[in-house]
Design a protein around this ligand. Sequence first.
Ligand SMILES: [Zn+2]
Length: 470
Amino acid sequence: MKKLLSTVLAIIMVVSMIIPVSAASAKELNFKDRHTFAEYESTLKNLSKDYSEITELFSLGTTWRENNIWCLKITNKAIDDSKKTGIAVIANIHGGEQEGGESALYSAIALCKNSTTKEIKEILDGYIIYIVPVMNPDGYIQSFVLNNRPNLHPTDKNGDGVSFSDPYTDINGDGFISTVYKGKKDTKIEDRIEIGMESPDWDKNGKLGDDPRSSGIDLNRTFEYNYGRYDIETDPEVNKDSKSVIGQDATRTNGKGKAAGMEPEVKAIQRFFAKYPVDAMTSVHTGQQSVLYPWCYRAYDPNNELDSQIPHMKEVSEKLAKIYTDYTGRNFYAKQSHSDYPTSAEMIDYTYGRHRINSYTIEVYGPGMSDPNSEDIFERSLWNNKLPETKWQFYDQKQIKNELKLDPKALGLKDGEGLWFEADSWSQMSGKAPEDQDVMVEGFYKVLVELIKTEEPGGNNNYVLPEYLK
Ligand SMILES: [Zn+2]
C-alpha cells in the first residue's frame, strides 16, 4: 500500500543528517522544566506570530472550564493544502500525562525553528502538521495539584448537590497532596487505615477530599467506536497473551462516562478528524515507553479487510520504537494495543476505524528504574529515573487542631489516635518534570519527523470520510 520514499527525499534526508540542526534552543522555554497551560498558550500564540508564513493557530473547541483546545497548523502556506498530506499529533488526552504535552509543544517549536532546513522545508511543502499539545487542558491544569487523568465534567461525588465541593488542598504546606490515614504514632504502615485525601474538609462532612476536581471519566474510553464494548473478544481471560499493566479497573471500558463521543474534548477531536483529512496521527501519552497500533478492542485478524493497514502500522511502530531507543538510550517497544492490554473506544480505534487513518499511540515516558532482567517488556522499558521516596508525617490530636485546623472528633479519631499523611512519588512528582525531559522531548521530535515520512507527501493516501459524518 505504501510507496517508497522518492530518491530525492532520501538524498535530502542524508544531507540533513550530515548537517544536524539543533532545536534545543527553541524559544525561551527550558524543556528540563514543566510548563503551565498559560505558558503553552503564550508559546503557541508567539509561534503563530513569529512564523506566520507557515503557521495558523485555532481552537477546536472549549472544555467544561472554558479552556481552549488549541491546534497549531504548520505547513508552507504558499502551496495549496489540497496537494499535501495531513499528519495529526494529539497529546495529553490524560491530564496528568504532561510529558506528552511537553513533547508535542517542543515538536511544534522545533518544526518552526527548523523550517528553513532542507529536511523540514521539504516536509512543510508536502505535508500539513496539526499539533494539539493539550487536548484535556482542565485535567492538565488540575495535575499541578495532583496527577489527574480525567477531564473536569462537573461531578458530585459526595452527593451534596454541589460539584467539586471538597477539592484536594495542601493543608500542611509541604507542597504535596497526601493520602490521609488514621492510626497511632506507633501503628505500622500496613495497619494504618485510609480515610481520605488531603483537604480542610471543605464540605464539613467528616470525610476528607471526598469531592475532588476530577470527573472519573477516561476520555480515551469514550470515542464513538465500539463504545462500551466488552465481550469475548476483549476478555483477557480468553486472550491469554493480553496483560493489564495499570490494573483492570483502569482498562477496558472503565471510566467510559455516560455516552459515546459526548465529552467536549472528544467531540472537538472527532469534529477535527471529520473536517481535516489526515493520513497518519499519533495520540501521545505517558506511563510506559511504547508505540502501540490498532486495534485496542480486539486482536489482529489477517482475513478481515478492516485490518488491511495493520501490517504497515506494525512495521512503522517497530521503526519508531527503535529511533526513540537509539536517541534516548531508554528502551521503547512496539505492540498491538490490544495485546498490551485490551480496551475499547480509544482514539486510535476511532481514527483508524472511522477514517482509515494510520494511527499510533506513542507513550513517551515510563517513570522509575528499568529492570533489564525482567521477563515483562514493560518492566524493561522504563526511563531509569529514581523517583522520590514516600514521605510519612504523623499529627497528634493537638497538632490536628492547631496546625491542620481539623476537628479530630468529626474525623472519628479515638483517644491516642492521630493522622498519618502519606506523600508518595506519584504525589511528589505531580506537575514536575522528570530528569532528562529535554532528551525525552527531542527523542519524540525525531520520532515524529520519521513518522511523517512514513506517509507519501503530496496528498490524500488513505483517509476516508464516511457518509454519516458528512
Ligand atoms: Zn494516557
